[in-house]
Each structure stands twice: as C-alpha cells, then as structure tokens.
Design a protein around this ligand. Structure first.
Ligand code: RUQ
Ligand code: CUA
Length: 653
C-alpha cells in the first residue's frame, strides 16, 4: 500500500500538473478568443448609431438615463422627478410646476420602472412612462423630444411600486400601492389599528385620446403590500396582474412578520370589467387631493391642475373584477409570456418559480373553484391554476423577461445568476453568473408580445470590484449578455447612474424617425418671448423686473443692463433665436441663486434672480455654442435699494 501510494504520487503529480497547465493554457486561449468575439459584438464604430435605445431608470436620482445598446454608451439623461441643474428642469419658471404635488413642491423622486407605450402589445416608441415610488406619481415622457411632459400624482397610495405597467394598447397604466395606508384620508390613527384601518389600492390611469393621463379609478384591496405588475396580452388582454406580499398584514419587522405565510397572492384584475363599472358610475367618488402637471403644448409652460376626487371600486360590492392567485412565497416580479398565456412570479423566498396558466385561471373562475375569499375577493385553488413550477431556479428569483423564442430568463438575486428556462418544459436549460446580485433584467421588448431577443441586460445591485474604486459609493453595474445562441455569453460591463431598477429598450430606427430637432420660433407662444432682437426689452413693475432677452451666436440682447436694485426680483426671459439642431444657449449670472437654464432653439426659459448686494454682475452663456462662445457675456449693474439709477439697457452701444 505504502509503496503503491508513493509510486502513484510520483506519477500522478506531474501528470496532474501537466494537465492543469494545459487546461490553463487552453482556458485563457478560449477566454481570449471569446473576449475578442465579445468585443466585436459590442463595438459600434465611431460615427455609427447603436442598434437599440436602452432606457434605464435612474432610481434615487429621480431621472431616466438613455444608453446605446450594444455599446453601453450613456447618451442622455432625462430629468423627470428631480430638479436638474444641468438644464434648469424644475428650476426654470416654465418647468417648476412639473414638480408640484399635494405635499407642495418636491425637488426629488425615486424612479423605478420605465415602461414603453405599446400598440397591439408591442412597444411603439411614442412615450415612456416611469413611476415615482416615494411620493406616488407616474410620469410620461414624450420620445419625440425626450422631455417629461406630464406627471400625475396617485392619492391613497404610498410607495407607488407596482407601476407603471401599460395595457396592450396603452389604454391604461397601472399603479399599485406598496404600503397600505388608511385610505379615507384619516391617516391619524394608531399604527396597531392596521387590521381595521389600512387598505391597499390598485389604481388605473387612463390614457385619453389627446394623450393626457387621467386617474380613472382605484380598486380597494386588502392591506397587503402590492409589489409589481404586468398586464395581460393577446388572450389575456383585458387583465392585469399584481404581486403582493405581507398577506400577514404586519406593520412592524416585516422581514420576519411578513414572511410567515407559505403563499401570498397575485391579484388578477379584470380591468376591462372594472373600467365598465367606472364608466357606469359604480363605486364611490371620494375626496382625495392630487396633482396633474403637464407641459402646455401651446406655450411649452408647465401647468398644475389640482384634483379633488377619485372613484373607488370595492370588490366586495362589484363582482368579477378581481381574483387572488395563491403564489409562493412573498412574490416580487410578475411577468406575462409573449403569447399572454403564462404568468410567472418571482417568489423571492420560494424554491421554485411558479408559473400560472391564464386558461386554467379562467376555467377555475368559471367553475368557481375557490379555496376561500378575502374581503370579497375569491381565492383560486393553487393546484387548479398552476401550469408548472421551474425547479432549481437559483436562490431568490426576482424578475423574468422573455426572448420570443420560447424561453424565459429569470434573475436570481442571492445566487447572482440568470437562469434560462423553457416555457414548454419549465426546465432550466442554461445559467450564467452575474456580478453581482441582479434585480431586474431587460430584453428589448422582453415584456411585450414581440421581444427583440438578441441581448439581455442584467441590472445588478452590487458592483464591488467591477470598476476602479470610487470610495464608499459606487455606481451600479449593468451587464450585457448575448442571448442569440443556446448558451448565454457575457459581452460587456457598463456603469449606470443612480439605481437602474428596471429598463426598457427598443430598436433605434423606430424612435429616431420623428425626433424634434428644434422648436419653430413662430410657434413660440410664451408670453415673455422676444422673437427678435428688436423685441428685446427691460421693464420694471414695482420691484419686479422683466428682462425680455434674446440669445444667438454669439451675443445676448441686451447685454448691458443698469437700474436693477437690491430687493428686486429679476426675471430673465431668455429666448433662443437659433433655428438649427443642437445649438442651445445657456444662461447664468454671478451669485445666481438657482441653476442655470439651458434654452433650446426657438424656446423661452425664465431664470429668476434676487440680487442680495449692490455691485457688478456678469452673466454668460454656459454652453460652448460657437468659436466666440467665450464672448457671449454681459453685465448687470445692481444699485443699492432706493437708488435712483434708471433702467437702461442695450447691446452694442
Ligand atoms: S424592484 S426595489 Cu422593480 Cu425588483 Cu424596485
Ligand atoms: Cu451661446 Cu455659448
């Protein structure tokens, strides 16, 4: 034995060493080969456009970031729920109203889920919506101009997380409350009266014919936490699905108290039926204060509209509107297959991915195959509606997207991987590691009827060691994965701004074709516009001074202003006279107490300034607009309060 062992080791060692050496050699060669292959797949030559627009939520930045895919280039940021010093959104007089709410002016928001508008279940490139989680709102962004043009607040909601998912033809946009709250406006109650006083709401915002949003109705639901949503499509068009957790209705230490039940629920909402009830005047109009802010198409000035009532539909009184599908265990994402027949849930504490069958669900409803009822909502039998369970899906499954070729892809947060599984056999066919802890994932059109199933983007929550360290705070990381073959292949890492919870993408040519390049000066209806240099002027009205200013390469009119006094409130209404693409002019002034404004060609933006002391205050254009950009400057003379310096102004005198 002894001899044998030593002989073996003498022989085995060099063999193992040789083997492992050759394996290493072969591995690194392979890796090199696949790296070069990966690099060529994401290479977009200078001057070329990316194949897809990627729209990624900015999370706690309150913005929406635009990336080119496959290059991963960050090409733009759209301000939505947060003031943006870059262009003055939320600071300028024309945009401030966008951030009005029933809680007053709010300069920040927590954006989670971008969702493209759809026609016939396919992204159509008209709009993208995004929710605000903290002070419940839904925004609409016009993809012709890449500007936020409307924001509607959701009353009776807190933590607007299950939002904003569109129905097949963008008839409605969903908004489910994550935190249940006392709904009748009576918030001042004991927290431990949760069971009696707290409710959830599932809200449906209607897209009206003129493209504006209206809060059509809210469905009153038990006080669970409603987490995510997706609408039905094809055969399941007319339905919307919302996950819920905390069916325990806990109000403290939820990590334990809301993890007790084996199953929570997916709420299946027949929104067409609910919309009929609402149209018939069913339910109750209750008092609720909420704002709708919109950019007026006529003068490009944001306006706020205060609403005071909302229609609430109660399932205990109105039948056939909502059913509960038992779903293990604290489900997070809910995703509907491209054919509209399967509803997959990401049971974050579950060991399988439960997949419900829409057909079986309808059958169970027809047979009244219920295992119970909660507050008038029938609970279907799990075994009657389940189509299959995906075994071994990784730990902590969260979200699923589809490639349109019969496969689904689910993120597993805890085991840091994406698993690919078959919609026919429910078997896992491939898995790939991600770095690290993916939340959402995104395939262009991957939650629609027609995914463009070429790439997948994993939106990871943890970045450490992927990029050069930047102190304690690191940007999040996205990873681009090729899903065109049998095996997933990691192509690219790229950092993202804020926290990109969810994302959307669609082919560039659809979005590109109707882009606004500049605004026509003759269509500028801003009451303070100066449409030519001759129209420029300065007018005093008490202690308010209005400067009607123009900008064109490379001067302002007027560029010398005197007669301003401490205590004045000065409005610089700057009209950009350019009529060409990509020639914004900026404006700012020494000691300016707000952000700059960046004025697009043909538009007027207003900068308010309240000088605090007498002196000389230069102003200038902040955007390098021409060879003589540095010459684009001027002076404002500020005199002490009560001085008798008269208003005087001019350019070139
Ligand atoms: S989620 S925490 Cu969309 Cu998975 Cu927001
Ligand atoms: Cu205008 Cu620089």
């Amino acid at each position: 034995m002894r001899t044998l062992k030593s002989i073996t080791s003498i022989w085995v060692l060099p063999v193992v060493a040789a083997l492992s050496f050759s394996m290493v050699g072969c591995q690194s060669q392979q890796q090199l080969g696949s790296n070069a292959d990966a690099a060529s797949k994401v290479y977009v030559a200078p001057g070329e456009y990316d194949e897809f627009y990627g729209f990624m939520s900015g999370g706690y930045s309150g913005q929406l970031s635009i990336y080119g895919i496959p290059s991963g280039r960050h090409i733009f940021t759209i301000p939505v729920f947060s003031q943006a010093p870059t262009n003055g959104y939320g600071y300028s007089e024309e945009t401030k109203a966008m951030l009005e709410t029933s809680h007053g002016f709010i300069p920040w928001g927590d954006a989670h889920h971008p969702e493209l508008s759809q026609t016939d279940g396919v992204p159509d490139g008209r709009y993208i919506f995004i929710n605000e989680n903290n002070t419940p709102r839904v925004a609409k962004i016009d993809l012709k101009s890449f500007q936020t043009t409307e924001i509607i607040e959701i009353p009776n909601s807190a933590g607007n997380h299950a939002s904003p998912f569109v129905t097949q033809n963008t008839e409605y946009i969903s908004a489910g409350t994550r935190f249940s709250v006392p709904v009748d406006g009576e918030g001042d109650v004991a927290i431990n009266s949760y069971a009696e006083n707290f409710d959830g709401t599932l809200s449906f915002i209607k897209m009206q014919e003129d493209g504006s949003m209206k809060l059509d109705f809210q469905i009153l639901v038990p006080g669970f936490d409603y987490d995510l949503s997706h609408s039905g499509k094809g055969p399941s068009h007319g339905w919307a699905f919302f996950t819920s957790y905390n069916s325990e209705e806990a109000h403290t230490l939820l990590e334990i108290n809301a993890s007790k039940n084996d199953k929570d629920f997916i709420a299946a909402v027949n929104w067409q039926k609910a919309a009929e009830y609402a149209a018939q005047g069913e339910g109750e109009l209750v008092d609720a204060e909420y704002y709708r802010n919109y950019v007026d198409k006529n003068d490009h000035i944001a306006k706020s509209e205060r609403n005071s009532q909302v229609r609430i539909l109660n399932p205990a009184e109105l039948e056939g509107m909502i059913y509960y599908l038992p779903t293990p265990k604290s489900p997070h994402g809910v995703d509907v297959s491209p054919d509209g027949k399967l509803i997959a849930a990401g049971g974050k504490l579950s060991t399988v991915i439960p997949v419900h069958s829409f057909d079986k669900m309808l059958q169970a409803i027809e047979n009244e195959d219920f295992e119970g009822e909660i507050d008038g909502i029938p609970v279907l039998n799990y075994d009657s509606i389940i189509a299959g369970e995906v075994e071994n899906p990784g730990l902590g499954p969260l979200h699923t997207e589809f490639d349109g070729n019969g496969y689904a892809y689910t993120t597993a947060f805890i085991s840091s991987e994406i698993v690919k599984w078959s919609l026919e056999t429910f078997e896992v066919v491939d898995r790939i590691e991600t770095y690290y802890s993916p939340g959402h994932l995104m395939i262009p059109g991957g939650d629609s009827r027609k995914p463009w199933g070429k790439y997948l983007v994993s939106l990871n929550k943890i970045t450490k060691d992927r990029y050069l360290p930047t102190g304690p705070e690191l940007f999040h990381s996205a990873q681009l994965i090729d899903i065109s073959g049998d095996k997933m292949q990691l192509l690219l890492d790229f950092p993202t701004e804020g926290e990109p919870h969810y994302a959307q993408a669609m082919p560039s040519d659809i979005v590109m074709k109707d882009q606004v390049k500049f605004y026509r000066l003759e269509e500028n209806n801003n009451p303070y516009a100066a449409k030519s240099e001759k129209a420029a002027k300065v007018e005093r009205d008490g202690n308010e001074v209005h400067v009607y200013m123009t900008s064109i390469r490379s001067h302002f009119t007027p560029d010398n202003i005197e007669g301003i006094k401490v205590g004045d409130k000065v409005y610089f209404h700057v009209t950009n006279l350019e009529q060409d693409w990509d020639v914004p002019h900026g404006f700012t002034i020494l000691g300016g107490n707000t952000a700059e404004i960046l004025v697009m060609p043909g538009e007027t933006r207003t900068y308010v300034w309240e000088p605090k002391k007498a002196g000389m205050f230069p102003f200038y254009c902040t955007d390098f607009c021409s060879a003589l950009h540095q010459e684009m400057q001027g002076y404002v003379r500020v005199s002490p309060e009560g001085s008798d310096v008269e208003i005087a102004y001019g350019t070139g005198q």
